[in-house]
Design a protein around this ligand. Structure first.
Ligand SMILES: C[S@@+](CC[C@H](N)C(=O)[O-])C[C@H]1O[C@@H](n2cnc3c(N)ncnc32)[C@H](O)[C@@H]1O
Length: 450
């Protein structure tokens, strides 16, 4: 009979050996296991936690072991990660249980001869934990200290320190280590926030309104969202509060023609159509045909008829062959980005991203912005959005666009727009997650001169 810890070990092995994404590795490992209910929950927590906290867990091995983490046999290192994760982060697992199950796991994984090492190192950690404060020794250097304590690569901590100072960098690290919230966007064409909240409440799911966002509900624990009332009926979509700001910022109006340049899977396209009362046309363009089918499925579920899809690279004029350049009221460019504002949602993202990737993405983003400008009519609006907090992909991309397009200017939406209170003195919206308690977002709104 498999245990949650053994299934977690197998998933972590898949990730280490084959570079699998954690959700895919977990899915594979759980499918061939017989785990149910809370055991499956523990497996997920262990896998995501060990991936997210790997730098801190390695630092603990470096401190406790005869060999540093990087020189430990990979299977032993995984068993130690699992044991240390439970000792350090899972209050609900008693220390002795974490140690004993790790020793058993080592034996199951063919590490019988090393089970004494596992026992010794975990017991040693447990003894140190009994003393006051965090026992883990940390580097003196401020960047490496935060990177080790919160488990982030130095370059991300440094990026935040350089932009916002050390204190905010630490708050960002702590925020991104917290479990993500689950927000809904209520489809006002089919329901109301109070109606959805009441239906959820009847199923024992509590929710809260998000101040300033007219369609947002934040859930307090939900389980399988597809089983919640109103999903099939199109009453709501899952969308973080930060992401909901983008379509508001665009401020689409009924009967307009709108282009969503990078639309899949359609979170913002469907929001735009809802805000237009489903009157007018929203062109959903994306180069990924498979993801674009999700836009169609979401539009059908939400009963939205004003959305049309166009498959292809948005930079190629042929992709939108049915409309004329210079004729569109508004364009949204929700650009592919490094996703540094959503690090809490993907445990491995902090390790997969690099400073070089942001530079490459910035080049693509500037090209997408330039392409978007060709579609907008005089006086029309272009909104640029990313879910990252990297200046190369945000402030710098907009600075380059404005320099090359002198007939465009930053233009705020009307004062009563839900996004208006979020506008920074520079004229754009920059959501710092630890200040707003929502995903990190950047939004710039530009108007073409008449
Ligand atoms: C941030 S996601 C969009 C999320 C979407 N707006 C939503 O709210 O659900 C970026 C999208 O850009 C698409 N993309 C990347 N490069 C593109 C290009 N050159 N032309 C069109 N789409 C592109 C990707 O396939 C991806 O679906």
């Amino acid at each position: 009979m498999d245990t949650a810890r053994f299934v977690a070990f197998r998933a972590l092995e898949d990730i280490d050996r084959h570079g699998a994404y954690p959700d895919i590795a977990l899915d594979r490992a759980l499918r061939v296991s017989e785990l149910t209910g809370s055991d499956r929950g523990l497996t997920c927590e262990l896998v995501y936690g060990c991936v997210r906290r790997q730098r801190t867990l390695d630092a603990a091995i470096d401190w406790l072991g005869k060999l540093p983490a990087a020189k430990q046999p990979p299977d032993l290192r995984r068993v130690l990660h699992l044991g240390l994760y439970q000792l350090r982060y899972l209050d609900r697992v008693p220390g002795a249980t974490a140690v004993n199950t790790s020793v058993e796991l080592a034996k199951t994984c063919g590490l019988g001869k090393l089970s004494g090492v596992v026992n010794g190192m975990l017991r040693s950690y447990l003894r140190q934990c009994g003393k006051q404060g965090d026992p883990l020794p940390l580097p003196d250097d401020a960047i490496a200290r935060l990177g080790t304590l919160y488990s982030f690569p130095d370059w991300i901590v440094q990026l935040w320190r350089d932009q916002h100072g050390l204190e905010t960098a630490e708050r960002l690290c702590a925020w991104f280590d917290r479990p993500p919230t689950l927000d809904l966007r209520v489809n006002l064409l089919r329901s109301t926030p109070s109606g959805v909240a009441a239906a959820l409440d009847a199923r024992g799911v509590k929710s809260d309104r998000v101040p300033g966002l007219p369609q947002a509900l934040r859930l307090r624990g939900a389980g399988d969202i597809r089983l919640l009332p109103g999903f099939e009926g199109g009453w709501w979509s899952v969308q973080d509060a930060g992401a909901q700001l983008a379509a508001h910022f665009l401020d689409p109006q009924p009967e307009e023609t709108i282009v969503d340049a990078c639309a899949a899977p359609g979170g913002k396209t469907t929001h735009i159509a809802e805000l237009m009362g489903d009157r007018g046309t929203v062109w959903a363009c994306d180069r990924d045909a498979r993801r674009l089918r999700k836009v169609e499925a979401n539009a059908a579920r939400l009963r939205l008829g004003s959305i049309r899809v166009a498959t292809g690279d948005f930079r190629a004029t042929e992709t939108l062959s049915e409309i004329a350049p210079g004729s569109v009221d508004r364009v949204l460019v929700d650009a592919p980005c490094s996703g540094l504002g959503t690090l809490h949602r993907r445990a491995d993202l902090r390790w997969r991203q690099s400073p070089e990737a942001s530079v490459e993405l910035a080049a693509l983003q500037v090209e997408l912005l330039a392409a978007a400008a060709t579609w907008v009519k005089p006086g029309g609006i272009l909104v640029y959005a990313t879910c990252t907090v990297h200046p190369a992909e945000n402030d710098d991309a907009i600075a380059i666009f404005c320099e090359r397009h002198p007939h465009w200017q930053l233009q705020p939406p009307p004062d009563d727009n839900p996004a208006a209170p979020f506008i920074a003195p520079e004229g754009w919206v920059k959501i710092l997650p630890c200040d707003r308690n929502m995903d990190g977002f950047f939004l710039a709104r530009l108007q073409r001169a008449e």
